[in-house]
Write a protein that binds this ligand. Structure first.
Ligand code: ARG
Length: 401
């Protein structure tokens, strides 16, 4: 029989996929479970795959590489999709694709499979990434082919003795990893409905947050967060700690009507406390150490970078080109940012860096001023030259009134 590597989360859809791939295509299934910081019990997921009929089940904890090689580069770029979404799911897909392709090579499989539906972004991201890494692999996508409703999937599972989690009553579709949590479906499909409280798992409602603010100091080295409150911390621990602390204060809830790759507008709720805090802090540090021109250009790059991550184009030349710019822009982005967490707000209240471009003696209105205001007269004369010239030649009469 032919072997297939199936990306297996342990959830209902991919569990049903094991049975379905065997029945429909007569394949030997090797389940591959990739933990990106969202799974607590890898071993029981592995066992479940074997119980349902996989011939082999592999589990990989890729949390650190996810944060170090995908999340932090995106943070250095300040990549946020449509000014809202810190791209948690989107950043995970190229890594999952990479591990699927590697497993296929290791196991001698010519086919890979995943459980994405035909309406979402993730099918695009996985398929594009897999084909970039090995165009010869055949991609099979059960959920895209079988077209079952949720009820039908559950019925199929029950007839085949596949355990259906009790949480099947949850009307939501949830995807999460260490960078964030995404929730859609159910009442959330009405953009006018306020998300019910059971949608959230990482963040407190503002009504229940502490009445005392929490201050956090974040250290950065070349745009990479390296410690909290003066204590060095590894990337995974740092992100986990910030989720906890900021989530307590109701920070990190995002309600986004987003434009999917496949042309659909969809409503997604996200929880990403650490992402909100880190991007806010990182930007604040950049304001201190980058020039106006660097900041300006970099914000265009941020937008492009976010688009290409969202659109599944991680393994492309343009991503490498932008990453090279971002890396070089981070040379002096080292220092500390002080953040105040309170009632859903993440406020920058202080920043410092050995490479700061902020010059007190130039900025001050107090004693010690080294700026010569009389120089401004000549400067403004020249600055206004083209404005005056154009106004005289072209200004419409109604503007002159
Ligand atoms: N809309 C997000 C993205 O495209 C998340 C996709 C998965 N969401 C979910 N609730 N299952 O990256």
């Amino acid at each position: 029989m032919n072997k297939v590597i199936l990306a297996y989360s342990g959830g209902l859809d991919t569990s049903v996929a094991i049975q379905w791939l065997r029945e429909k295509y007569n394949l030997d299934i090797i389940a591959l479970t990739v933990n990106l910081g969202n799974m607590s019990d890898l071993e029981s997921i592995r066992q479940k795959a074997l119980d349902i009929g996989a011939i082999k089940a592999i589990a990989i904890d890729a949390t650190s590489s996810f944060i170090e090689s995908y999340v932090f580069p995106a943070l250095q770029a300040n990549a946020i999709y449509e000014d809202e979404y810190p791209l948690a799911c989107a950043l995970g897909r190229p890594l999952i694709a990479q591990l699927m392709v590697k497993a296929a090579h290791d196991e001698g499989a010519a086919i890979v499979a995943h459980g994405c539906t035909g309406k979402g972004n993730d099918q695009v991201r996985l398929d594009v990434s897999i084909s970039a890494l090995d165009p010869k692999l055949k991609i099979v996508t059960p959920a895209r082919e079988w077209n079952m409703t949720r009820e039908q999937t559950i019925a199929y599972a029950q007839t085949h003795g596949i355990p259906v989690p009790i949480t099947k009553s949850s009307p939501y579709s949830i995807d999460e990893n260490l960078w964030g949590r995404a929730i859609e479906c159910g009442v959330l499909e009405n953009p006018w409905s306020e998300p019910p409280r059971d949608v959230f798992a990482w963040t407190k409602p503002i009504e229940e947050t502490p009445d005392i603010a929490n201050y956090v100091e974040i250290n950065f080295s070349r745009g990479i967060p390296t410690g909290l409150n003066g204590k060095e911390m590894n990337p995974v621990k740092l992100v986990q700690t910030l989720h906890e602390t900021a989530g307590q204060h109701g920070i990190g809830r995002i309600d986004h009507i987003e434009n999917r790759i496949v042309g659909i507008k969809s409503r997604e709720i996200y929880e990403a406390p650490a992402a909100i805090v880190l991007v806010t802090a990182h930007r604040a540090l950049e304001q201190l150490v980058l020039s106006k021109e660097q900041l300006c250009f970099k914000s265009m790059v941020a937008n492009e970078y976010a688009e290409l991550i969202y659109n599944g184009l991680w393994f492309t030349g343009i991503r490498q080109n932008l990453a090279a710019f971002v890396t070089s822009s981070q040379e002096y982005v080292s220092g500390t940012v002080k953040i105040k967490l309170f009632k859903g707000n993440c406020q920058v209240v202080g920043r410092k860096s050995p490479y700061s471009l902020y010059d007190y003696n130039l900025a001050t209105y107090d004693e010690g001023d080294t700026f010569t205001p009389s120089d401004a007269t000549g400067f403004i004369h020249i600055w206004s030259l083209p404005v005056k010239t154009q106004a005289q030649a072209q200004m419409p009469p109604h503007e002159r009134r």
